[in-house]
Design a protein around this ligand. Structure first.
Ligand SMILES: [Fe+2]
Length: 480
């Protein structure tokens, strides 16, 4: 019999330990009052290993997709947690143990699963065209039943999606309802081809464009403006020889340049890509938004001066410590031929997990929210498997320059904030921020509702879970 025990490593112990419980809690405790008229589903994704990994040094990124839904209706809230039933999960449940090896590395798998879809569907969810999809950039979407969170299966847009991969960060244009998505490593191996998918508001995949990046690397997020989609190609390189040798799937190689691909959204855009180089190799973590102003294209995103070194090695400078991200606005003048851009720090504070009022995506916005830590308000928390957990949610008002913070309390770690408008036609930022907050000392989780424009006032309502759900990545709000 296999020894079925999780390794005693930071990825699998304490507050980071797998939860593995699929369940339902009716009528969660509510401290305060859920705002009247706030009805809908908060749904987010997490990586929650169903089985002890084949390799003890496994990454938390390699966990199985576990969805957490808080349904809010008429002041009451309920919780549902369900795994995404991927091919991987089903086969491993049948075997009673892990069969798939290292993160994205098929060469480390049990031979019995050769050629099987390795997708974990653990990164994000999107609601578009009446479909709920669980996403992981290494595989195709998984369709999920919104009511039951039951897995419907791998989804290829009625055969229109040819790629093996689909980003976890598609963008929806609020003006048209069109979803713009992309895939990299589209044949499932390291490659420079990038495909862009245009999906109409009704969910029909109408068009695919293709271009080539200068080298094969992670392309985790993107930027969408009214006329362009932009990709920041960063030296989180994938070298297939290293992957075949069983090494980490990505490595940071600062001898490679960071460069921005600006692709027109118009038909034929894949053949009209323009490139704009960063003066130094930097990494984009996640994006706020992009918008146009005459010939200027503004790209707003979090940037680090190092790669994602807590997860993947720096092959030229071993031992280099990962630097925290700051928000930058990169401005490209599309009428100039400099091949570069102007970079300006948006606010003097670290952050990550950016959020805007998505009703204004692709146009200039005033309000920016993000996860962060602020030692003026409370001490940093001990490092977890992803680095230091956030202690705060921040709000930056680009008009006034003001920063406002919600401090979640001792031993408490808020996660990615999601904006919920007060009403469909409320002004930008008028509404609430919803965020999961880990109560680490209690080994428990809350969902906190904040006034989006007055974070320091503290929660409007705190929805208490009786248990812990696993730390997650990205979530959405689906209205009522
Ligand atoms: Fe992400």
């Amino acid at each position: 019999m296999t020894n079925l025990a999780f390794p005693d490593t930071p990825v699998f112990r304490g507050y980071a330990a797998p939860v593995r419980i699929e369940g339902d809690v009716h009528d969660l405790e509510v401290i305060g009052t859920i705002p009247a008229g706030m009805n809908g589903d908060y749904i987010r994704n997490s990586a929650d290993h169903q089985y002890p990994p084949m390799f003890e040094d496994d990454l938390f990124l390699n966990g199985d997709g576990m969805l957490h839904r808080v349904r809010i209706a008429n002041g009451r809230a309920s919780l549902k947690t369900r795994y995404v039933e991927t091919e991987k999960l089903k086969l491993e449940r049948a075997a009673g143990r892990a069969l798939f090896g290292r993160y994205r590395n098929q060469f480390t798998d049990d031979p019995s699963v050769a050629g099987v879809d390795r997708g974990t569907a653990n990164t994000s969810v999107v609601w578009h065209g009446g479909k709920l999809l669980a996403l992981k950039e290494a595989a195709r979407p998984m369709a999920i039943d919104r009511e039951t969170l039951a897995t419907i299966g791998s989804y290829d847009f009625d055969g229109a999606l040819k790629s093996q991969t689909f980003t976890a960060h598609p963008k929806v244009d609020p003006a048209t309802g069109e979803m713009v998505a992309y895939g990299y490593f589209v044949d499932g191996v390291a490659d420079t081809a990038v495909e862009i998918y245009f999906i109409a508001a009704d969910g029909t995949l109408t068009r695919t464009e293709r271009f080539h990046a200068p080298y094969a690397s992670m392309i985790h997020d993107c930027l969408l403006s009214e006329q362009y989609i932009a990709f920041t190609i960063c030296p989180m390189v994938c070298d297939w020889d290293r992957v075949q040798a069983g090494e980490a799937f990505f490595h940071w190689d600062d001898t490679r340049p960071t460069t921005v691909a600006v692709v027109p959204r118009a038909p034929g855009g894949g053949g009209n890509v323009r490139w704009f180089d960063s003066p130094t190799p930097v990494m984009q973590t996640h994006t706020f938004n992009a918008w146009e102003e005459g010939s200027l294209l503004h790209l707003e995103h979090f940037i680090t001066q190092t790669g994602w070194l807590s997860q993947f090695p720096d092959i030229n400078n071993p031992g280099t410590r990962e630097q925290p991200p700051f928000a930058y606005r990169w401005t490209i003048d599309l009428e100039s031929n400099t091949g570069g851009f102007i970079a300006e720090k948006m606010f003097p504070h670290i952050g990550e997990m950016p959020m805007i009022d998505l009703r204004h995506a692709t146009t200039k916005t005033r309000h920016f929210w993000f996860g962060t830590s602020n030692t003026d308000l409370g001490p940093m928390l001990p490092f977890g498997p992803k680095g230091p957990p956030f202690t705060c949610i921040g709000h930056f008002d680009a008009d006034s320059g003001a920063l406002d913070y919600y401090y979640a309390g001792p031993d408490s770690s808020p996660e990615e904030p999601v904006f919920v408008p007060r009403s469909p036609d409320a002004s930008e930022g008028d509404g609430w921020l919803v965020t999961i907050v880990g109560r680490r000392a209690e080994n428990r989780t809350d969902l906190v509702i904040l006034d989006a424009l007055n974070l320091s006032a503290g929660p409007v309502a705190t929805i208490r879970f009786p248990t812990r759900v696993h730390e997650g990545f990205h979530g959405i709000w689906i209205p009522g």
